[in-house]
Design a binder for this molecule. Structure first.
Ligand code: DC
Length: 231
């Protein structure tokens, strides 16, 4: 892709397909994909491994003391994407467990954790040519991003997608429990004090509830091309 490089910020609710869309766009246009959720998950893994967090509490004072020593970066994995490293260790699969995800949702409410990771994300995107997905990219990390997308789908559609994924992994759970979990996470993401999930005023709202992957891809590539052409 020729032309000026831009920053693409993709925010939205959980289980909306943000990372799939962001990853595909980055690969298509030769940009770097940055999964900021993975960074919160890496901090969660660090806290769990070092006894700084359990199911009921977080030792905030000790986590804050150690936060500067938590280094997170992405390195090419020799396939088509990249893996996340925590202090030089590849933790791409370790961060995908339910325990780490739940911890990520809790550490992501802490101001000092957000400040540390936002500073890293801003450095990663400083040269542009990035597609970054998360909850606060268009509002906090890159408020001047050239293209901001706010992705959404109905809770029922998202729960259905998540339910199918869990079934495929062999996890038995009722649809109603998955839907309740989706709604609970929405509530936490949108109501937390630090950087709650919200659509930036200049973000494009995109509801993908009833679109096929091909329709989503075509739409995203279209708005990306238009934005680059207008730079
Ligand atoms: O997108 P994900 O499920 O991998 O994100 C893990 C957690 O991190 C989730 O609870 C939301 C939080 N998060 C955040 O607060 N800000 C971001 N930019 C990305 C993720």
């Amino acid at each position: 892709m020729t032309g000026k490089k831009i920053v693409v910020a993709i925010d939205g609710f959980s289980s909306c397909g943000k990372s799939t869309m962001a990853k595909e766009l980055a690969a298509t246009v030769g940009y770097t994909y940055i999964d900021t959720g993975a960074m919160y998950r890496a901090v969660s893994l660090y806290a769990l491994r070092n006894g700084l967090m359990d199911e009921t509490s977080i030792d905030e004072a000790r986590l804050e003391q150690q936060i500067k020593s938590i280094r997170v970066d992405f390195r090419p994995n020799g396939k088509s994407g990249s893996d996340i490293y925590l202090n030089d260790e590849n933790v791409e699969s370790e961060i995908r467990t339910l325990e780490v995800a739940n911890g990520a949702s809790r550490v992501s409410t802490l101001k000092f954790v957000r400040e540390h990771l936002v500073a890293m994300q801003q450095k990663m995107g400083a040269a542009k040519g990035v597609v970054m997905d998360g909850r606060d990219i268009g509002t906090v990390v890159f408020p001047n991003a050239e293209l901001k997308i706010f992705l959404t789908a109905t809770p029922e559609v998202r729960a259905e997608r998540r339910y199918k994924e869990l079934l495929q992994k062999g996890i038995t759970i009722s649809f109603d429990d998955v839907l309740a979990n989706v709604k609970e996470r929405d509530e936490r993401d949108t109501h937390r004090k630090e950087s709650p999930l919200r659509k930036a005023d200049d973000a494009i709202l995109f509801d993908n509830s009833f679109l096929s992957p091909e329709e989503q891809r075509a739409w995203l590539y279209g708005v990306f091309s238009d934005t680059v052409a207008n730079q």
